[in-house]
Design a protein around this ligand. Structure first.
Ligand code: AMP
Length: 222
């Protein structure tokens, strides 16, 4: 199954992406994680083009499409993919359709996490991530180290108030039009409205699975 996760920064795409990938036994592909890895390595050939991440701007479509195309050909992506943070523009969505069509596949499901701005800011300003296993936490949980792998939790470079506003603006201008693109496509489109900051990732995940069942796109959960 090929799933696209839509939603503004802080909507929980990373967290839900990794939970759902395990539940459906598919791979989680986060372009943001791939770019953060590239930024750790200044000699990487794409490093100069990826530096815009720290300003909250989008990486160019050509570079993102190249990175994704390179990724989804790998054997570990053969069972299906949940795309987290990709596509982010109409041009990327068209490129993904072509990549999948060449493999005789298509986007089967779109999960749109529609989260209010108050909840987004609360989550992003308190967000902590584990650079090793990529899990996401909130400072209200009180962890200093990742409870799963023990690595020290850090804040993302682009999680500051100025960059967040830039990223939200990029989302509204360039990514929100994908809602219409996908609602007109053949993919099943599931939208989840979240306006309560106390809702946990488990609560949201339960709702997603329930909606997937109702839409006949949930066959087996691990
Ligand atoms: P994320 O982890 O999804 O919030 O992504 C972090 C940053 O990586 C974004 O603010 C962009 O600068 C960049 N990025 C991630 N995915 C894409 C994409 N599909 N297109 C362009 N830029 C992206």
């Amino acid at each position: 199954m090929y799933v696209v996760l839509l939603g503004p920064p802080g909507s929980g795409k990373g967290t839900q992406g990794s939970i759902i990938a395990e539940q459906l036994r598919i791979s989680h592909l986060s372009t943001g994680d791939l770019f953060r890895e590239i930024l750790q390595n200044p000699s990487h050939p794409l490093y100069p083009q990826v530096q815009v991440v720290d300003e909250g701007k989008l990486v160019s479509d050509d570079v993102v499409n190249l990175v994704v195309e390179d990724g989804i050909r790998k054997p570990e992506y053969r069972n299906g993919v949940i795309f987290d943070g990709y596509p982010r523009t109409i041009a990327q969505a068209r490129a993904l359709d072509c990549m999948l069509a060449a493999m005789d596949k298509k986007v089967d499901l779109v999960l749109d996490l529609d989260v209010t701005q108050d909840v987004l800011l609360f989550r992003i300003l308190g967000r902590q991530v584990c650079p090793k296993c990529k899990k996401v936490f909130h400072e209200r949980q009180g962890f200093k180290n990742c409870p799963d792998c023990g690595g020290p939790l850090v804040r993302r470079n682009d999680d500051n108030e100025e960059t967040i506003l830039q990223r939200l603006e990029e989302y509204r201008k360039k990514t929100a039009p994908l809602q219409e693109y996908y609602s007109k496509s053949k993919a099943v489109y599931i939208k989840l409205y979240i306006d309560d900051a106390s809702k946990t990732a488990e609560d949201v995940n339960k709702e997603i699975l329930e909606l997937m069942k109702q839409n006949n796109v949930l066959y087996e959960v691990v």
